[in-house]
Design a protein around this ligand. Structure first.
Ligand code: ADP
Ligand code: MG
Length: 298
């Protein structure tokens, strides 16, 4: 039996755009995340990824559905109250844009120690500064960065500080909402490797949100593909890539950049129109519900 840390059940969230218009940003979404795994949530911009993350973090209140974290129904006010401390420490979120999510007027040391102060946690290593130094080391930075302000740091370093801050609570679950999308490619790889290390060596669990499938392929154990607020496919990552079931997953896969320039040029570009894949080829159903993409001429 897998040990489920987060269970999202039939989650729906709507935004009221005007008196008459309601946008169903998340529509009947269900998935489980097992303890110790990296679960990917992938979909294009506007597909509802951040809305799900915000519901999981209790930043937004879902219109319908339930979310269980560590067995606690976080959509119930009474259960939230009874488990306030656990919920505040055991779930942490890392945003895409650490430049705007970090207080520009605080040093790295103060930024990292702030959640401990807010939650009245006695620093396990004696002082807040010692704790901040420990966490900085943990994410690959040395003590010389303790007194630096966010504008003095590179994008990758800022993101490491944001991660160190999240880790200071020793959370079980890290929700990472497109944490590398605004970084240079070489820096992206470093941060992704850091996440992998945190999972493999320290057993953290991740809800990892991305619009980039190649990152998901490398990092995630399982992933769900989101399209217009609905999950169209959930599978172990290997399977998702070797045997994508849903036409939209196939369309997403076709958009992965392929490093070899010759292959890149001959690669068919597919577009998903909501019903099937458009491009040089056709979808064939080889068995019930199992679609295979056949390129033109095959
Ligand atoms: N506060 C809001 N008010 C109205 N619409 C919103 C709000 N936040 C997000 N949306 C809309 O909900 C949909 C999903 O948004 P979001 O969850 O941010 O998607 P993603 O993170 O996948 O890019 C989008 O169409 C977006 O425009
Ligand atoms: Mg988003």
């Amino acid at each position: 039996m897998p040990d489920i840390l987060l269970s999202v059940r039939h989650l729906t969230h709507c935004f009221r755009l005007s008196k008459k218009q309601v946008l169903r940003a998340v529509d009947d979404v269900s998935f489980n995340i097992n303890r110790g795994e990296i679960f990917g949530l992938v979909g294009e911009s506007g597909s509802g990824k951040s809305t799900i993350a915000r519901c999981v973090m209790n930043i937004l209140r879902p219109a319908q559905g339930e979310i269980f974290f560590n067995g606690v129904n976080i959509c119930s006010a009474a259960e939230r109250r009874a488990n306030r401390r656990m919920l505040q420490t055991q779930r942490q979120i890392i945003f895409q844009d650490s430049a705007s999510s970090l207080n520009q007027r605080m040093t790295a040391a103060d930024i990292i120690a702030e959640p401990m102060k807010i939650n009245h946690i006695t620093p396990p290593r004696g002082s807040c500064r010692a704790e901040a130094e420990f966490q900085l080391h943990y994410v690959g930075m040395d003590a010389s960065y303790l007194d630096k302000y966010p504008p003095e740091l590179s994008g990758g370093m800022r993101q490491r500080v944001a991660i160190a801050r999240a880790l200071s609570m020793e959370p079980e679950l890290l929700v990472a909402d497109e944490p590398v999308a605004s970084l240079d490619v070489s820096i992206q790889a470093q941060i992704i490797n850091l996440f992998k290390h945190l999972q493999e060596e320290h057993g953290f669990t991740f809800l990892f949100i991305a619009h980039d499938l190649s990152v998901v392929r490398y990092l995630c154990d399982r992933a769900a593909v989101l399209y217009h607020g609905k999950i169209v496919e959930t599978a172990p990552t290997q399977e998702l890539f070797s045997d994508p079931r849903h036409p939209y997953t196939k369309a997403l896969l076709s958009a992965i950049p392929i490093p070899d320039p010759r292959r890149e040029r001959s690669r068919p570009l597919l577009q998903f129109d909501g019903t099937g894949v458009q491009g040089a080829g056709r979808l064939e159903e080889v068995s019930a519900g199992h679609l295979v993409w056949k390129e033109a001429g095959t």
